[in-house]
Design a protein around this ligand. Structure first.
Ligand SMILES: [Zn+2]
Length: 195
């Protein structure tokens, strides 16, 4: 007996195509992340693959467990390529202290010089050093970061340490980093060894 593709059959196909399944979906997500130089948000990946945000969190965890260098940043997920930071030649760890409401001002000073705030590091009383990727390079990204903290009621990591934290900052050259540090120092953001 010959089987003719029925409406049901094509419907199944259609569902499959709209909702990309399991391994195939993770493969596609990986390709997108690899080909993009900007972070892609979980919400964006969810809508592109027609699954929930929770499924994406699970997919990313599975991909990470397979050894894929995916980084979750405040701006979304990034695939860590060697060349991602290649354009930023200089890197510096800076020690800062400020109240939570000054965060935007601090980040804006850094990005205004063309530097990128890679992460924030705080010392947690239980877990030790905690590093969170921030990856903001301009005022728009700073605004998005601040807005996300406000809308999700997340707290700043530095609240764990009375405002004391470290940032890794990246720039094209050392002079930019020097300028950033001078500006931060002038605005009172850098920790000074005055003891
Ligand atoms: Zn800071």
């Amino acid at each position: 007996m010959r089987f003719y593709p029925s409406f049901d059959k094509s419907f199944e196909r259609l569902v499959f195509m709209e909702k990309i399944l399991g391994d195939k979906r993770r493969e596609v997500i990986l390709e997108w992340l690899k080909n993009e130089n900007r972070p892609i948000t979980g919400g964006e990946l969810a809508s592109r693959t027609n699954v929930s945000r929770q499924v994406i969190v699970q997919d990313i965890s599975l991909l990470k467990a397979l050894g894929e260098p995916i980084l979750a940043t405040s701006q979304g997920y990034m695939y860590l390529k060697e060349r991602t930071n290649e354009t930023k030649k200089a890197k510096r760890l800076i020690a800062c202290k400020h109240a939570p409401e000054k965060t935007k001002e601090e980040l804006n000073i850094i990005v205004d010089y063309g530097a990128t705030v890679k992460d924030v590091i705080v010392e947690h009383p239980v877990y030790g050093d905690l590093t969170a990727s921030i990856m903001v390079s301009n005022r728009k990204e700073v605004d998005e970061f601040i807005k996300k903290i406000e809308t999700t009621n997340a707290s700043y990591l530095s609240e764990l340490t009375n405002g004391i934290h470290l940032h890794t900052i990246l720039a094209d050259n050392e002079k930019t980093l020097n300028d950033v540090c001078a500006a931060l120092d002038q605005a009172g953001f850098l920790i000074r060894d005055d003891h």
